[in-house]
Write a protein that binds this ligand. Structure first.
Ligand code: 13P
Ligand code: ZN
Length: 273
């Protein structure tokens, strides 16, 4: 069998591969990437000069694509079952760079996709969210899903499994959240992983947020690049961690005082009331 055609990566794409590998290590070191937990996708159409028929020679994988706006666009996506900690060492087995066919009947593998790699089980969610971002917030090219332990723990506590309550808590644990994430986080009710239902509730929560907490599962964030998405998750997980640290040490948690909260509201906007 002849070797499959493979695109050589330009500098921008090489940098992206490097960043995703680095991010994979960060997620593993944080303890957020047990086994194959988490997935990443980045829209890279602008980084590739060729279009359409130029991709006809690349191997095609048949699959129904339900997002018309994704047709003719290129994505980097992590492979289902891939360990985050292994991406940097074996990027071509752990990622796929694909061109979504205009006919929406599949994708062409431009790079990676080796050893039988197939896109993440959350691919439907990712494409749905990318479609939304193209139309509403086109600078946001990257989507990162991971399992941040402290945030997930909070969604197992009934009191905090409510959007307003969890925002208020996180905000009171870390004043800089209000500066960098004035709109707060969205909270998506539990839905089975990898389903259209999960994609739907995520899309609803993403209308007004860059970061969505999946009840009893994990977190998903968007960014202009993968590191920006990571920073958002890292920051809010820190707030959750501070809260749980105090509780684990046996203390009642004081949080910011009412007047401190008021000052933040006046300065950065009022989203919690
Ligand atoms: P994948 O390995 O299919 O990406 O699944 C990981 C995950 O976290 C699903 O929510
Ligand atoms: Zn997950």
């Amino acid at each position: 069998m002849s070797a499959m055609k493979k695109m050589s990566l330009n500098k921008g794409l090489q940098k992206l591969v490097q960043n995703i590998g680095e991010l994979g290590h960060y997620l593993w070191e944080r303890g957020w990437a047990e086994k194959n937990a988490g997935n990443i996708s980045v829209e890279v159409t602008d980084l590739i000069e060729k279009r359409g028929q130029a991709f006809d020679d690349y191997p095609k994988v048949k699959r129904e694509i339900s997002e018309p706006i994704c047709g003719g666009r290129c994505f980097f996506v992590t492979a289902s079952g891939s360990r985050m900690r292994e991406i940097a060492d074996r990027p071509e087995e752990k990622m796929i760079m694909m061109y979504i066919c205009d006919e929406l009947d599949g994708y062409r593998v431009l790079w990676g996709g080796e050893a039988g790699a197939r896109p993440t089980t959350e691919f439907a969610s990712h494409l749905k969210l990318h479609s939304f971002l193209f139309e509403n917030n086109p600078s946001q090219k990257a989507i990162v899903h991971t399992h941040p332990s402290h945030l997930i723990a909070l969604t197992h506590i009934e009191l905090y499994c409510e959007e307003k309550a969890i925002n208020r808590l996180l905000w009171s644990m870390h004043p800089e959240l209000k500066m960098f994430l004035p709109e707060g986080i969205g909270l998506a009710p539990y839905r089975c992983p990898g389903t259209d239902e999960l994609a739907e509730v995520t899309l609803t929560a993403l209308q007004e947020h860059r970061i969505v907490l999946w009840e009893k599962h994990g977190c998903l964030a968007t960014g202009v690049d993968v590191m920006e998405a990571f920073d958002l998750i890292d920051m809010i997980n820190k707030a959750a961690q501070i809260f749980l640290l105090c509780r684990c040490a046996g203390y009642e948690v004081q949080g910011l005082s009412e007047s401190q909260i008021k000052e933040l509201k006046n300065r950065f906007g009022d989203f919690t009331q």
